[in-house]
Design a protein around this ligand. Structure first.
Ligand SMILES: [Zn+2]
Length: 74
């Protein structure tokens, strides 16, 4: 059943290329706010970048104007 394992692995890789909606913004105590990657949960350097520079997830910014605001875990 090795092919099944391969297929599952490949499917995961492909999912990185299907954009995931960015719907959270992390607001820091210094007043700076950064969008949050929907896959790895880390903050993104720039708004409207096409991919997360940490995990490579493709990003969809359509929901970003209505993003919910959260504070960083302390
Ligand atoms: Zn990421």
């Amino acid at each position: 059943m090795r092919w099944l394992h391969f297929w599952k692995k490949h499917k995961v890789l492909l999912s990185y290329r299907i954009p995931m909606a960015v719907c959270e913004v992390c607001l820091f105590s210094d007043g700076n706010a950064f969008p949050v990657c929907p896959r790895c949960g880390l903050t993104l350097e720039r708004e409207y970048q096409p991919f997360c520079d940490r995990c490579g997830q493709a990003l969809d910014w359509k929901k970003f104007p209505k993003a919910s605001i959260r504070t960083p875990p302390s």
